[in-house]
Design a protein. Structure first.
Length: 345
Protein backbone atom coordinates (compact mmCIF):
# COMPACT_ATOMS: atom_id res chain seq x y z
CA UNK A 1 0.00 0.00 0.00
CA UNK A 2 1.52 3.28 -1.12
CA UNK A 3 0.70 6.30 0.98
CA UNK A 4 1.82 9.71 -0.17
CA UNK A 5 0.61 11.95 2.60
CA UNK A 6 2.25 15.33 2.63
CA UNK A 7 3.25 15.30 -1.05
CA UNK A 8 1.68 18.25 -2.88
CA UNK A 9 0.11 17.96 -6.31
CA UNK A 10 3.01 17.90 -8.75
CA UNK A 11 3.48 19.91 -11.93
CA UNK A 12 4.42 17.94 -15.07
CA UNK A 13 6.51 15.53 -12.99
CA UNK A 14 9.40 13.52 -14.41
CA UNK A 15 11.06 10.74 -12.42
CA UNK A 16 14.88 10.68 -12.49
CA UNK A 17 16.58 7.61 -11.00
CA UNK A 18 20.07 6.24 -10.43
CA UNK A 19 21.32 3.20 -8.57
CA UNK A 20 24.68 2.51 -6.98
CA UNK A 21 26.47 -0.66 -8.05
CA UNK A 22 26.83 -2.46 -11.36
CA UNK A 23 25.31 0.35 -13.45
CA UNK A 24 27.19 3.20 -11.76
CA UNK A 25 30.82 3.25 -12.93
CA UNK A 26 32.76 5.96 -11.13
CA UNK A 27 29.62 6.71 -9.11
CA UNK A 28 28.78 9.08 -11.96
CA UNK A 29 25.03 8.40 -12.13
CA UNK A 30 24.23 8.30 -8.42
CA UNK A 31 26.29 11.46 -7.90
CA UNK A 32 24.27 13.21 -10.60
CA UNK A 33 20.98 12.51 -8.82
CA UNK A 34 22.53 13.47 -5.49
CA UNK A 35 23.58 16.77 -7.09
CA UNK A 36 20.01 17.48 -8.22
CA UNK A 37 18.69 16.66 -4.77
CA UNK A 38 21.23 18.92 -3.08
CA UNK A 39 21.00 21.90 -5.45
CA UNK A 40 17.19 21.95 -5.44
CA UNK A 41 16.86 20.99 -1.76
CA UNK A 42 14.88 17.81 -2.26
CA UNK A 43 12.48 16.58 0.40
CA UNK A 44 12.41 12.83 1.03
CA UNK A 45 8.83 11.56 1.12
CA UNK A 46 9.26 7.76 0.93
CA UNK A 47 11.77 4.94 1.33
CA UNK A 48 11.45 1.32 0.28
CA UNK A 49 11.64 -1.34 3.00
CA UNK A 50 15.26 -2.53 3.05
CA UNK A 51 14.24 -5.97 4.38
CA UNK A 52 12.40 -6.70 1.12
CA UNK A 53 15.19 -6.09 -1.35
CA UNK A 54 18.69 -6.15 0.16
CA UNK A 55 21.09 -8.83 1.32
CA UNK A 56 22.75 -7.17 4.29
CA UNK A 57 25.85 -9.36 3.90
CA UNK A 58 26.35 -7.74 0.50
CA UNK A 59 25.22 -4.21 1.35
CA UNK A 60 25.90 -3.83 5.05
CA UNK A 61 24.17 -1.32 7.30
CA UNK A 62 26.32 1.32 8.97
CA UNK A 63 26.41 2.41 12.60
CA UNK A 64 26.90 6.05 13.63
CA UNK A 65 26.66 8.21 16.72
CA UNK A 66 24.15 11.04 17.01
CA UNK A 67 23.93 13.01 20.22
CA UNK A 68 25.56 10.22 22.16
CA UNK A 69 23.13 7.62 20.79
CA UNK A 70 24.13 4.82 18.44
CA UNK A 71 21.97 4.65 15.33
CA UNK A 72 21.89 2.46 12.22
CA UNK A 73 21.48 3.47 8.61
CA UNK A 74 20.08 0.67 6.48
CA UNK A 75 20.79 0.37 2.74
CA UNK A 76 17.64 1.31 0.88
CA UNK A 77 16.12 3.38 -1.91
CA UNK A 78 14.74 6.83 -1.13
CA UNK A 79 12.40 9.05 -3.10
CA UNK A 80 12.41 12.82 -2.91
CA UNK A 81 10.73 15.61 -4.82
CA UNK A 82 12.16 18.92 -6.02
CA UNK A 83 10.49 21.84 -7.74
CA UNK A 84 12.30 23.54 -10.60
CA UNK A 85 11.27 27.19 -10.68
CA UNK A 86 11.03 29.68 -13.51
CA UNK A 87 8.33 30.82 -15.88
CA UNK A 88 7.21 27.21 -16.37
CA UNK A 89 7.90 25.38 -13.10
CA UNK A 90 7.88 21.61 -13.00
CA UNK A 91 8.67 18.89 -10.49
CA UNK A 92 11.25 16.13 -10.49
CA UNK A 93 10.79 12.94 -8.49
CA UNK A 94 14.30 11.76 -7.61
CA UNK A 95 15.11 8.12 -6.85
CA UNK A 96 18.49 7.22 -5.42
CA UNK A 97 19.43 3.89 -3.94
CA UNK A 98 21.51 0.75 -4.23
CA UNK A 99 20.82 -1.87 -6.87
CA UNK A 100 18.60 -4.41 -5.05
CA UNK A 101 19.88 -7.87 -4.24
CA UNK A 102 16.57 -9.69 -4.82
CA UNK A 103 12.91 -9.42 -5.90
CA UNK A 104 13.54 -7.04 -8.79
CA UNK A 105 9.98 -7.34 -10.14
CA UNK A 106 8.47 -6.25 -6.84
CA UNK A 107 11.06 -3.50 -6.57
CA UNK A 108 10.13 -2.11 -9.98
CA UNK A 109 6.44 -2.44 -9.16
CA UNK A 110 6.89 -0.27 -6.08
CA UNK A 111 8.64 2.40 -8.10
CA UNK A 112 5.97 2.25 -10.81
CA UNK A 113 3.31 2.48 -8.13
CA UNK A 114 4.80 5.77 -6.97
CA UNK A 115 5.06 6.95 -10.57
CA UNK A 116 1.37 6.20 -11.15
CA UNK A 117 0.18 7.84 -7.94
CA UNK A 118 2.25 10.97 -8.61
CA UNK A 119 1.21 11.30 -12.26
CA UNK A 120 4.76 10.92 -13.57
CA UNK A 121 4.91 11.65 -17.30
CA UNK A 122 8.28 10.03 -18.03
CA UNK A 123 11.02 8.07 -16.26
CA UNK A 124 14.68 8.85 -16.94
CA UNK A 125 17.23 6.39 -15.55
CA UNK A 126 20.88 7.42 -15.37
CA UNK A 127 23.70 4.91 -15.72
CA UNK A 128 27.45 4.74 -16.29
CA UNK A 129 29.64 1.99 -17.70
CA UNK A 130 33.33 1.36 -18.26
CA UNK A 131 34.49 1.96 -21.82
CA UNK A 132 37.50 2.33 -24.08
CA UNK A 133 37.25 6.10 -24.02
CA UNK A 134 40.09 8.54 -23.22
CA UNK A 135 39.70 10.86 -20.25
CA UNK A 136 40.96 13.77 -22.38
CA UNK A 137 37.92 13.80 -24.68
CA UNK A 138 34.29 14.73 -23.99
CA UNK A 139 32.44 11.99 -22.13
CA UNK A 140 30.19 10.03 -24.51
CA UNK A 141 26.60 9.97 -23.30
CA UNK A 142 24.02 7.88 -25.14
CA UNK A 143 20.27 8.18 -24.76
CA UNK A 144 18.43 4.91 -25.37
CA UNK A 145 14.84 3.72 -25.16
CA UNK A 146 12.79 0.62 -25.97
CA UNK A 147 9.98 2.74 -27.43
CA UNK A 148 10.37 3.32 -31.21
CA UNK A 149 8.06 6.34 -31.13
CA UNK A 150 9.96 7.91 -28.26
CA UNK A 151 13.23 7.26 -30.07
CA UNK A 152 11.98 9.21 -33.09
CA UNK A 153 10.41 12.13 -31.26
CA UNK A 154 13.28 12.68 -28.79
CA UNK A 155 16.22 11.83 -31.09
CA UNK A 156 17.24 8.77 -29.07
CA UNK A 157 18.68 5.39 -29.96
CA UNK A 158 16.34 2.40 -29.92
CA UNK A 159 18.18 -0.16 -27.83
CA UNK A 160 18.98 -3.53 -29.37
CA UNK A 161 21.26 -4.76 -26.61
CA UNK A 162 21.21 -8.47 -25.73
CA UNK A 163 23.09 -9.82 -22.73
CA UNK A 164 23.42 -9.40 -18.96
CA UNK A 165 21.59 -6.41 -17.57
CA UNK A 166 21.22 -4.50 -14.33
CA UNK A 167 18.40 -2.76 -12.54
CA UNK A 168 18.60 0.16 -15.01
CA UNK A 169 17.67 -2.13 -17.91
CA UNK A 170 15.03 -3.96 -15.88
CA UNK A 171 13.34 -0.77 -14.71
CA UNK A 172 13.32 0.67 -18.21
CA UNK A 173 11.62 -2.46 -19.57
CA UNK A 174 9.18 -2.50 -16.65
CA UNK A 175 8.18 1.05 -17.53
CA UNK A 176 7.72 0.10 -21.17
CA UNK A 177 5.42 -2.81 -20.28
CA UNK A 178 3.48 -0.56 -17.90
CA UNK A 179 2.97 2.06 -20.61
CA UNK A 180 5.22 4.66 -18.96
CA UNK A 181 7.65 6.44 -21.34
CA UNK A 182 11.20 5.64 -20.22
CA UNK A 183 14.68 6.70 -21.29
CA UNK A 184 18.14 5.66 -20.12
CA UNK A 185 21.13 7.98 -20.31
CA UNK A 186 24.50 6.20 -20.26
CA UNK A 187 27.88 7.82 -19.69
CA UNK A 188 31.08 6.01 -20.68
CA UNK A 189 33.81 6.15 -18.02
CA UNK A 190 37.48 5.39 -18.90
CA UNK A 191 38.15 1.88 -17.65
CA UNK A 192 41.74 2.73 -16.70
CA UNK A 193 40.59 5.34 -14.19
CA UNK A 194 37.32 3.84 -13.00
CA UNK A 195 37.53 4.67 -9.31
CA UNK A 196 35.08 7.26 -8.03
CA UNK A 197 34.49 10.09 -8.05
CA UNK A 198 34.28 11.06 -11.72
CA UNK A 199 32.86 14.60 -11.81
CA UNK A 200 33.47 14.87 -15.56
CA UNK A 201 31.08 11.97 -16.26
CA UNK A 202 28.56 13.32 -13.74
CA UNK A 203 28.65 16.71 -15.48
CA UNK A 204 28.12 15.08 -18.88
CA UNK A 205 25.05 13.22 -17.61
CA UNK A 206 23.56 16.40 -16.19
CA UNK A 207 24.18 18.30 -19.44
CA UNK A 208 22.41 15.58 -21.40
CA UNK A 209 19.55 15.60 -18.90
CA UNK A 210 19.21 19.35 -19.44
CA UNK A 211 18.81 18.79 -23.17
CA UNK A 212 16.34 15.95 -22.71
CA UNK A 213 14.03 17.70 -20.26
CA UNK A 214 14.46 21.31 -21.34
CA UNK A 215 15.72 22.40 -17.94
CA UNK A 216 18.58 24.51 -16.75
CA UNK A 217 20.41 22.69 -13.99
CA UNK A 218 22.58 24.64 -11.55
CA UNK A 219 26.00 23.02 -11.83
CA UNK A 220 27.69 24.55 -8.81
CA UNK A 221 31.33 23.51 -8.55
CA UNK A 222 31.00 20.54 -10.92
CA UNK A 223 32.69 22.21 -13.93
CA UNK A 224 35.68 23.18 -11.78
CA UNK A 225 35.77 19.73 -10.21
CA UNK A 226 35.72 18.16 -13.68
CA UNK A 227 38.67 20.28 -14.83
CA UNK A 228 40.61 19.45 -11.67
CA UNK A 229 39.87 15.74 -12.14
CA UNK A 230 41.12 15.75 -15.73
CA UNK A 231 44.25 17.69 -14.79
CA UNK A 232 44.97 15.21 -12.00
CA UNK A 233 44.58 12.23 -14.33
CA UNK A 234 46.77 13.99 -16.92
CA UNK A 235 49.52 14.36 -14.35
CA UNK A 236 49.27 10.82 -13.09
CA UNK A 237 49.17 9.33 -16.59
CA UNK A 238 52.24 11.35 -17.55
CA UNK A 239 54.17 9.57 -14.79
CA UNK A 240 53.66 6.20 -16.50
CA UNK A 241 54.82 6.02 -20.12
CA UNK A 242 52.83 2.85 -20.76
CA UNK A 243 49.59 4.45 -19.63
CA UNK A 244 50.37 7.66 -21.53
CA UNK A 245 50.95 5.68 -24.73
CA UNK A 246 47.71 3.78 -24.22
CA UNK A 247 45.74 7.00 -23.69
CA UNK A 248 47.21 8.38 -26.92
CA UNK A 249 46.05 5.24 -28.76
CA UNK A 250 42.53 5.74 -27.43
CA UNK A 251 42.60 9.41 -28.46
CA UNK A 252 43.60 8.53 -32.01
CA UNK A 253 40.89 5.87 -32.27
CA UNK A 254 38.27 8.25 -30.91
CA UNK A 255 39.27 11.11 -33.20
CA UNK A 256 39.30 8.86 -36.26
CA UNK A 257 35.86 7.48 -35.43
CA UNK A 258 34.43 10.97 -35.07
CA UNK A 259 35.88 12.46 -38.27
CA UNK A 260 32.75 11.74 -40.36
CA UNK A 261 30.70 13.61 -37.76
CA UNK A 262 32.83 16.74 -37.91
CA UNK A 263 30.66 18.27 -40.60
CA UNK A 264 29.27 21.76 -40.66
CA UNK A 265 25.81 20.40 -39.94
CA UNK A 266 27.00 18.41 -36.91
CA UNK A 267 28.91 21.38 -35.52
CA UNK A 268 25.92 23.68 -35.99
CA UNK A 269 23.66 21.15 -34.28
CA UNK A 270 25.98 20.89 -31.29
CA UNK A 271 26.25 24.69 -31.03
CA UNK A 272 22.47 25.03 -31.09
CA UNK A 273 22.22 22.43 -28.32
CA UNK A 274 24.70 24.40 -26.24
CA UNK A 275 22.80 27.67 -26.69
CA UNK A 276 19.49 26.00 -25.91
CA UNK A 277 20.89 24.51 -22.72
CA UNK A 278 22.19 27.85 -21.52
CA UNK A 279 19.05 29.78 -22.46
CA UNK A 280 16.45 27.39 -21.02
CA UNK A 281 14.26 29.07 -18.46
CA UNK A 282 15.56 32.59 -19.04
CA UNK A 283 16.68 34.94 -16.30
CA UNK A 284 13.86 33.84 -14.02
CA UNK A 285 15.06 30.23 -13.86
CA UNK A 286 15.67 29.08 -10.33
CA UNK A 287 19.24 28.10 -9.52
CA UNK A 288 19.53 25.72 -8.58
CA UNK A 289 16.69 -7.54 -21.90
CA UNK A 290 12.83 -7.75 -21.69
CA UNK A 291 11.41 -8.80 -18.36
CA UNK A 292 8.50 -10.75 -19.79
CA UNK A 293 8.85 -14.11 -18.10
CA UNK A 294 5.87 -15.10 -15.98
CA UNK A 295 5.91 -14.67 -12.22
CA UNK A 296 3.84 -14.00 -9.14
CA UNK A 297 4.27 -10.25 -9.41
CA UNK A 298 3.20 -8.79 -12.78
CA UNK A 299 4.25 -5.32 -13.75
CA UNK A 300 1.79 -2.58 -12.90
CA UNK A 301 0.01 -1.12 -15.87
CA UNK A 302 -1.44 2.05 -14.95
CA UNK A 303 27.78 12.81 -2.02
CA UNK A 304 29.36 15.87 -1.44
CA UNK A 305 31.48 17.34 -4.24
CA UNK A 306 34.88 17.34 -2.56
CA UNK A 307 37.87 17.75 -4.85
CA UNK A 308 39.95 14.65 -4.49
CA UNK A 309 43.12 13.65 -6.23
CA UNK A 310 42.24 10.91 -8.70
CA UNK A 311 43.75 7.48 -8.03
CA UNK A 312 46.62 6.37 -10.23
CA UNK A 313 45.34 5.10 -13.59
CA UNK A 314 45.50 1.35 -13.93
CA UNK A 315 47.83 -0.14 -16.47
CA UNK A 316 45.98 -1.23 -19.61
CA UNK A 317 46.63 -4.94 -19.01
CA UNK A 318 45.29 -4.69 -15.45
CA UNK A 319 42.37 -2.36 -15.87
CA UNK A 320 40.06 -4.13 -18.26
CA UNK A 321 36.36 -4.10 -17.45
CA UNK A 322 35.02 -7.17 -15.69
CA UNK A 323 31.50 -8.26 -14.88
CA UNK A 324 30.22 -6.62 -11.75
CA UNK A 325 32.98 -4.01 -11.45
CA UNK A 326 30.82 -0.96 -11.79
CA UNK A 327 28.76 -1.10 -14.93
CA UNK A 328 30.60 -2.88 -17.73
CA UNK A 329 29.23 -5.95 -19.41
CA UNK A 330 31.46 -9.02 -19.59
CA UNK A 331 32.31 -8.16 -23.18
CA UNK A 332 34.29 -5.03 -23.96
CA UNK A 333 32.01 -1.99 -24.37
CA UNK A 334 32.36 0.14 -27.49
CA UNK A 335 34.90 2.91 -27.56
CA UNK A 336 32.32 5.57 -28.31
CA UNK A 337 30.03 4.68 -25.44
CA UNK A 338 26.94 2.62 -24.69
CA UNK A 339 25.00 1.92 -27.83
CA UNK A 340 23.90 -1.55 -28.94
CA UNK A 341 26.46 -3.18 -26.65
CA UNK A 342 25.71 -1.28 -23.48
CA UNK A 343 24.65 -3.31 -20.44
CA UNK A 344 20.93 -3.21 -19.94
CA UNK A 345 20.26 -0.16 -22.10
Amino acid sequence: MIELEGVPELIDPVMVAAFEGWNDAGDAASTAVAHLDREWKGEVFAALDAEDYYDFQVNRPTVFMEGGTRKITWPTTRLSVVRVGGEKPRDLVLIRGIEPSMRWRSYCNEILGFAHELGVEMVVVLGALLGDTPHTRPVPVSGVTSDPDLARTMDLEETRYEGPTGIVGILQEACTHAGVPAVSLWAAVPHYVSQPPNPKATLALLNRLEDLLGLRIPLGELPEDARAWQLGVDQLAAEDSEVAEYVQTLEEARDTAELPEASGEAIAREFERYLRRRDIGGPGQAPGGHATESGDVPYLRDTSSGRTRPPKPQRPDKGRPKEGDGGAAPEDPPAAGPDEDSPGG
